[in-house]
Design a protein around this ligand. Structure first.
Ligand code: 9G3
Length: 567
């Protein structure tokens, strides 16, 4: 490709609203352009990288036995009404009406469409298992699109769906695709972890997220410093390895704690450590108010609370609700002498508190020397808190360390959540109708591209791994007007092309400095400069990643380039 014939609009300056490296560089190097908030065009270089990511995904999905299809982005609302999700998704689900005023969703995901398709076409266990996938544009009207392709409102997703007659078959497909995902992200050169995740609204039990370690990641991963245990912080379980206190139980005492409301204020006012405080939070769980206790230095994890109580909705009670139910302000509530109707549950660490402090359910008063079971009853202890750095790893090996992650993949065992709701059944070998078991598996393709850009760059621009680079090498004649240079450059251009090396030649009439700066920005793995020594058939080869420079005679060049591209 010659640069006069393509479109690579590089920018000198970093656009003000681009906050992270990948967003800045993909804009500056002319890979993407924003059309509207969270909506991008992939310019020729961006499109070529996108295709390379997609081709790696296709190879691995096909090898895992999945079959590609393509579903529509426009989805009739009837399907989402059948699954019950038309109402549960709010403004994030983009909707439109057609000319007959019929309602449609712009596809945010395709469980409904694929389940209805399989419902109509797959009736017998003989046709199972089946794994179908597509690579397609998705629409999600994010409240705060940001970080360029990392969180867009229109993005490219590979979504796969598997269909099974048995749990064993689903487990087998899940493991195969789990391995395929590991292969994909490894081939993309990404530093990733598969982490135990929460299935959220999707239902189903097993689910893993594939997280690329990155400071700009929105998710927090808790992983062991000495095993491969890793979990989304929402799901990381805390093992009960607290030590029993040997303290004698002291007499409870009510003390005035004027205007002290938070754990910090109460602990410092009473000169006790936070570990000795009982933190009380009133939660609204579906339609019931429950007082949830944790140790003063811990935070209640609402995802764990929701899963433990098998609830649909879990939210913190408002100050008004707290006052109405417990008769006092949030800062003074506690578990002692509560009205029977308020259920009390606690994180397991609370069980080990001895002579602790808690709110007295009276404005500005707290109790000293409270002890579980003697002074307050807990109907249920469970692992309800967020894990902290330094906690023991749940697999018993090493300590927990936190890292930020970009979620690039998510795999779920859905079970019959959609086939039940949409009556997608198959006849088993005894002729009995059973709901089809499903799995679903997503990769954020455009997000993966951005994650690669986030991981592969330096102070001069992008530095693509050879698997994903838009072109294999950058051929730069210093001066196209110089016959020796332009003829050697064109000769090399033809030679590379006829040897299936994808070459980009900078044939623009730009100063060398501009060409070199653009070349570093665009980030192709190898640069060949045709300059003053063209007459001797000598060119300069530069390896983008290491900056290594070497002079090579044109007769040795092809072999050298092929060797460099292999490594
Ligand atoms: C929506 C909107 C946003 C959504 C969803 C639906 C996330 C939604 C979860 C999934 C689950 C899997 C198949 C590929 C892998 C992920 N955000 N999810 O269902 F309407 Cl607006 O997408 N889907």
């Amino acid at each position: 490709m010659k640069q006069r014939n393509t479109m690579i609009p590089t920018l000198r300056e970093t656009p003000a609203d681009a906050e992270v490296k990948s967003h800045q560089l993909l804009l500056r190097a002319g890979y993407i352009r924003q059309n509207a908030s969270g909506i991008y065009s992939f310019l020729p270089l961006g499109k070529k990288v996108l295709k390379k990511v997609e081709d790696i995904i296709r190879e691995e999905l096909d090898a895992a036995g999945a079959v590609e299809l393509l579903m529509p982005a426009l989805q009739p609302s009837e399907l989402w009404k059948e699954s019950g999700r038309w109402g549960t998704y709010g403004p994030e689900l983009m909707r439109m009406n057609d000319r007959h005023n019929r309602e449609f969703a712009l596809g945010a995901t395709h469980e409904e469409v694929i389940t209805s398709l399989v419902r109509d076409e797959v009736k017998s266990y003989k046709r199972l298992p089946l794994t179908l996938y597509q690579i397609q544009t998705k629409f999600r009207d994010e409240k705060r699109p940001r970080f360029g392709l990392l969180r867009g409102r229109e993005f490219i997703m590979k979504d796969a769906y598997s269909f099974h007659a048995s749990k064993e078959s689903l487990d087998e497909a899940y493991d195969k695709l789990f391995q395929a995902y590991s292969n994909i992200f490894t081939r993309c050169g990404l530093n990733f972890r598969a982490v135990i995740a929460d299935s959220g609204a999707m239902g189903g039990k097993d689910t893993h997220e594939f997280m690329v370690l990155s400071e700009v990641g929105e998710d927090t991963i808790a992983y062991s410093d000495s095993s491969d245990y890793a979990a989304n912080i929402e799901m990381a379980e805390v093992i009960d390895c607290y030590t029993e206190s040997s303290e004698d139980l002291q007499e409870t005492e009510k003390v005035s704690t004027p205007d002290r409301k938070t754990i910090e204020e109460v602990a410092s006012f009473l000169k006790i450590e936070k570990e000795r405080c009982v933190k009380s939070l009133l939660f609204k769980v579906d339609d019931e108010f429950i007082l949830v206790l944790s140790r003063g230095d811990h935070e209640i994890n609402d995802i764990k609370l929701k899963n433990e109580l098998n609830a649909q909705v879990v939210e913190i009670a408002s100050p008004e609700e707290t006052k109405e139910i417990l008769g006092c302000e949030v800062g003074s509530i506690g578990p002692c002498s509560l009205d029977e109707k308020v259920k009390v549950i606690a994180d397991q660490a609370v069980k080990y508190i001895r002579n602790g402090v808690c709110g007295a359910n009276e404005e500005g008063y707290h109790f000293l020397n409270v002890n579980p079971e003697r002074d307050f009853t807990v109907s249920q202890y469970a692992d309800l808190r967020f894990i902290k750095e330094g906690d023991a790893s749940p697999d018993g090996q090493g300590k927990i360390v936190f890292a930020k992650g970009i979620e690039v993949g998510h795999v779920f065992k859905l079970g019959t959540r959609y086939s039940d709701a949409m009556n997608s059944t198959f006849l088993d070998e005894n002729g009995r109708a059973q709901s089809i078991l499903m799995g679903c598996y997503g990769i954020g393709v455009s997000r993966t591209l951005a994650a690669v850009a986030e991981q592969f760059n330096d102070e001069n621009g992008l530095v693509w791994p050879t698997n994903l680079t838009p072109y294999d090498l950058h051929l730069i004649p210093i001066n196209m007007k110089d016959d020796l240079q332009s003829s050697l450059a064109n000769e090399l251009y033809e030679e590379f092309k006829s040897n299936r090396i994808d070459v980009l030649m900078d044939d623009r009439a730009e100063r060398p400095g501009v060409k070199f700066a653009d070349s570093d920005l665009i980030g192709l793995p190898i640069r060949i400069t045709v300059g003053k020594k063209a007459g001797d058939g000598i060119v300069e080869v530069k390896v983008r990643k290491t900056g290594d420079m070497l002079e090579v005679h044109k007769d040795d060049l092809l072999a050298k380039i092929q060797e460099l591209l292999q490594s």
